[in-house]
Ligand binder design. Structure first.
Ligand SMILES: [Zn+2]
Length: 230
């Protein structure tokens, strides 16, 4: 892949990749100077977007198309997000100031350090999901997790109980059927652990508080109605 390829990277292309809404938000970011210094290395353009949390954008060219990655949630799903738009716009602007078309980046040299940084920027629940999915395909990893979980529950029942309770809200707030199923699984663990700790009497009140806090989530309510707690 030559780095001198001319590919149509311009405002219109960025808008087409991002969609009108993300494009406009990206324009806003670029306009108020949220983009840190652009660094070009090994044919990739990298920049930090100063927002809360800070995101890191990488742009490069692959198979004559502009590719992107961003550490934000939208970018993590592979979308060309507003941060990518902003970095693209700043890049175009710098190229036009320097005279002539900006140099088109080539293939990236991604290292495991980049992977580590990418993972470190991800949401904890998303990482847990990735590990769980991986463990379902990998017997050794699954056994390892099961053993660790069993040991933790046995040795630190109080901690496990607290941890399960903390996970219920964020899980339910993902608002989809898969998450509701997971939340029900968490409630079952909570029920079991309360029993083990001699605190079974707390469970009905705990369950009721979850029920009333999440009443609008109808599919979750249906799951709760069908659940047996004996
Ligand atoms: Zn982003």
């Amino acid at each position: 892949m030559s780095s001198t390829l001319t590919i149509p990277i311009n405002r219109r292309a960025l808008r087409r990749m991002a969609g009108a809404r993300s494009y406009e938000r990206g324009e806003g970011y670029a306009a108020i100077g949220r983009i840190g210094a652009l660094s070009e290395h090994d044919g990739t353009i990298t920049a930090k977007v100063h927002a809360s949390p800070e995101n890191r954008v990488t742009l490069w060219v692959e198979d004559e198309g502009l590719e992107s990655s961003c550490t934000c949630r939208v970018g993590a799903n592979g979308a060309f997000c507003k941060h990518c738009v902003a970095v693209g716009l700043v890049w175009l602007e710098q190229g036009s100031k320097g005279g002539g078309a900006p140099k088109v980046p080539g293939r990236p040299a991604v290292t495991m350090e980049d992977v580590r940084q990418y993972l470190a920027g991800q949401d904890k629940n998303a990482l847990v999901d990735i590990l769980l999915e991986q463990a379902m395909d990998d017997d050794r990893l699954r056994r390892r997790f099961l053993m660790k979980a069993a040991k933790r529950e046995k040795d630190h029942a109080e901690d496990s109980l607290a941890s399960y309770k903390c996970q219920v809200e964020p899980t339910l707030n993902r608002k989809n059927d898969e998450a509701y199923g997971k939340a029900l699984g968490l409630l079952r663990r909570i029920h079991l652990l309360m029993g083990r700790l001699g605190r079974s009497c707390e469970f009905p009140r705990y369950l009721e508080s979850a029920r009333s806090a999440h009443k609008p989530k109808r599919n979750f309510m249906k799951l709760l109605e069908r659940a047996k707690w004996s």
